[in-house]
Design a protein around this ligand. Structure first.
Ligand code: NAD
Length: 305
């Protein structure tokens, strides 16, 4: 069965729209998000435009703050401090990656964790690790919500996470292994964590035999066709986080860019063995964007309380 992130994300946007309409109807101001983008990375520009579009769809006010790639770290830090202190902004993100001369950790660490709707500050990550209320980073939040909405239990399951990044691998592993503390619609709190999690990465030996013992495999490596059918147990659930651009002759032509997006899973051969699988595009990607909207509303609710 396909885990349709596009459909679920649309459902969630509908729920958010209703909630924000009610805020508006009560005469209060609507939530406001700022997105800081540095330079002209084409993928980042696409992501930012998609985020702005999604905000408009649910009624979140969004502003884009664009800087040229040559901006100094100090200027960017000053912008972060300004946004931290701007009472009209409920949350903001600094779109990654940043140019090499800017220290990402220093920038992320400067964000007030209450406005950190990407959930990437050390404070939010630490709170998540300790099971305290926190803003969870968008992709892990989206994956967890997708599992929950399809009623896929994680309790006692063996989850293999491939990739150990701060934005996907580490936080999703943490969320699924910990004792659950948050409930989501349609699912009892008890079924959202409590998994046995193995984290694999580029130095892992014999990835195949580890994957063959997995009930759920989450792949976030950035390698097309890393997960092949011979690595997957019959009936496993497969979450493909990867977004890779591959050149494709068929995608060439007027108005097209000559590439298409693929995930990290050999979808064609893995899908017949899987009980559930996310497509790329249309799986985790839309869930990531809608999670940012949920995080913004969460920050707004805390801010205006
Ligand atoms: P990253 O690019 O920072 O790191 C990749 C990770 O994969 C590393 O931990 C590395 O050890 C591991 N890895 C690489 N090759 C491997 C191999 N052959 N075997 C085992 N492990 C291997 O990770 P990231 O930032 O989480 O991004 C991973 C992928 O997910 C990228 O394609 C990225 O574009 C995509 N992504 C998608 C979304 C989304 O919303 N769908 C969000 C974030 C990232």
């Amino acid at each position: 069965m396909i885990l349709d992130g596009k459909k679920i994300a649309a459902e969630i946007r509908g729920e958010l729209r209703t909630e924000i309409d009610a805020i508006k109807a009560s005469g209060q101001r609507v939530p406001k998000l700022a997105i800081v983008i540095v330079g002209h990375n084409p993928a980042s520009e696409t992501y930012v435009n998609n985020k702005l579009k999604a905000c408009a769809e649910v009624g979140i006010e969004a502003v884009k703050i664009a800087y040229e790639a040559e901006i100094t770290e100090q200027t960017l830090l000053s912008e972060v401090h300004r946004l931290n202190n701007d009472e009209t902004i409920d949350g903001f993100i600094v779109q990654l990656p940043l140019p090499d001369h800017i220290n990402e950790t220093r920038i992320l660490s400067a964000i007030d964790y209450r406005k950190d709707v990407d959930g990437l500050t050390p404070e939010n990550v630490g709170r998540t690790v300790q099971g305290l209320p926190s803003i969870i980073s968008a992709t892990p939040r989206g994956i967890r919500e997708l599992l929950a909405r399809y009623q896929i239990q994680t309790e006692g399951k063996h989850v293999v996470v491939i990739g150990r990044s701060n934005i996907v691998g580490k936080p999703i592993a943490m969320l699924l292994m910990q004792r659950p503390y948050l409930s989501l619609p349609g699912m009892s709190a008890a079924s959202l964590g409590d998994a046995t999690v193995t984290i694999c990465h580029s130095k892992t030996r014999d990835l195949k035999s580890i994957c063959l013992t997995a009930d759920i495999i989450i792949v976030a490596a950035g390698c097309p066709k890393l997960l092949t059918a011979d690595m997957v147990k019959e009936g496993a659930t497969i979450i493909d986080v990867g977004i890779n651009r591959v050149m494709d002759e068929r995608a060439k032509g007027e108005g097209t860019k000559g590439y298409r997006l693929v995930g990290d899973v050999d979808f064609e051969h893995v899908a017949p063995k899987a009980a559930y699988i996310t497509p790329v595009p249309g799986g985790v990607g839309p869930m990531t964007i809608v999670s940012l909207l949920q995080n913004t509303l969460q920050a707004y609710n805390e801010h205006t309380r």
